[in-house]
Design a protein around this ligand. Structure first.
Ligand code: UT7
Length: 328
């Protein structure tokens, strides 16, 4: 039996209104606009309103993606939300989204792979569709990182923001769609980026709150080294699996964590900046939402044309990484 081609039928994104600028952060911690811009490329991030949680951001992006795809909520068979900031432990954010959208025919679950989560979720949904289990899947990357960011820690608080991006997956003509996936993990590096409190190891207590264990902790320098190594490797491996070379890339859509990490990936792949989507200056690092938001912006801006060869690549806590080659 010939395997079905699976691709993206429509994308959507949502960013909260409120902007947190580098100038704002200068009032909160010992930092400067100049330090943040030169070390990270970030100028501002979006912050969810007090009444907004991750599922709200996810739904807003999902509605736009369904509309762009021309797929009704009842036609969705599967919803996967990639997030490390779910509304709550359970029910999953995907179940909350399913209910709100009225996607009553869809199975729903969350994926936890930090900033690589969207690629992990795409691979899962694409595999299930290709296997004939489902026809239409809604894959969402959504985060409210501001809720787990320690705004007294200058090592992390300058980096993260909130947002959501979504893609509707379904059958596409042969030769189009996803050509390869590469997923990887190295759990031995889990200590480098984590949120220690609130799980079964350190349940929430007055003490855990006082010790600020419900906020993200990061060894930035080590994560940086890992990111630089893995971005190039994963992208090259995905190209190889797809039977393509670096010269074939029309557009690179990397995880938006730090402009210097993106630049090193461009160098490794021998790509000019015009072939790369960059929005880290406007959103900071929005973890699982970063790649789908960048993809949706590129589509809106007319930067993605039919037949273009896209490479999506990301890395994150876990440690994890993922890459995919996609013919639009
Ligand atoms: O999606 C995955 C999530 N994580 C990442 O992608 C993070 C990857 N890592 C990075 O992006 C970078 O490592 C950072 C942007 C986090 C830090 O940049 P760096 O060039 O690696 O700086 P550093 O950690 O080596 O720190 C250099 C100096 C230190 O001072 P000393 O020890 O040299 O005196 C820091 O204390 O910069 C200091 N520093 C700051 N100064 C002003 C650290 N954060 C700040 C800050 N403002 N916000």
């Amino acid at each position: 039996m010939k395997e079905l081609s699976v691709g993206i039928l429509g994308v959507g994104r949502y960013s909260p209104e409120r902007r947190l600028t580098n100038r704002d952060l200068e009032q909160m911690v010992d930092t400067s606009d100049e330090w943040i811009v030169t070390r990270t490329g970030i100028r501002e991030r979006r912050i969810a309103a007090p009444h907004e949680a991750t599922s709200d951001l996810a739904c807003a992006a999902a509605v736009r993606a369904l509309d762009a795809a021309g797929v009704a909520a009842e036609e969705v068979d599967l919803i996967i939300v990639a997030t490390i900031t779910p509304d709550m432990f359970f029910p999953s954010t995907a179940c909350l989204v399913q209910d709100r959208l009225g996607a009553r025919n869809a199975a729903a679950f969350d994926v936890s792979a930090a900033c690589s989560g969207f690629i992990y979720a795409l691979a899962s949904a694409s595999g299930m569709i290709a296997a004939g289990m489902y026809r239409n899947a809604l894959v969402i990357g959504a985060e409210c990182l501001s809720r787990v960011t320690d705004y007294s820690d200058r090592n992390t608080c300058i980096l993260f923001g909130d947002g959501a991006g979504a893609a509707v997956l379904g059958p596409v003509p042969a030769g189009r769609g996803f050509r390869s996936f590469v997923l990887g993990a190295d759990g031995s590096g889990g200590e480098l980026l984590k949120l220690p409190g609130g799980g079964s190891r350190i349940p929430a207590s007055a003490e855990s709150v006082a010790q600020r264990l419900h906020f993200m902790k990061m060894n930035g320098r080590e994560v940086f080294k890992f990111a630089v190594r893995v971005m190039g490797n994963a992208a090259e491996e995905a190209l190889h699996k797809a039977g393509l070379t670096k010269e074939d890339i029309d557009l690179l859509i990397p995880h938006q964590a730090n402009i210097r990490i993106i630049q090193s990936a461009l160098e490794r792949l021998g790509l000019p900046e015009e072939k790369c989507v960059v929005n880290v200056d406007r959103y900071g690092n929005i973890s699982a939402a970063s790649i789908p938001v960048a993809l949706a912006e590129a589509v809106e801006d007319g930067r993605v044309r039919e037949g273009d060869r896209l490479v999506l690549v990301g890395f994150g806590g876990g440690l994890t990484w993922g890459a995919s080659v996609l013919i639009w």
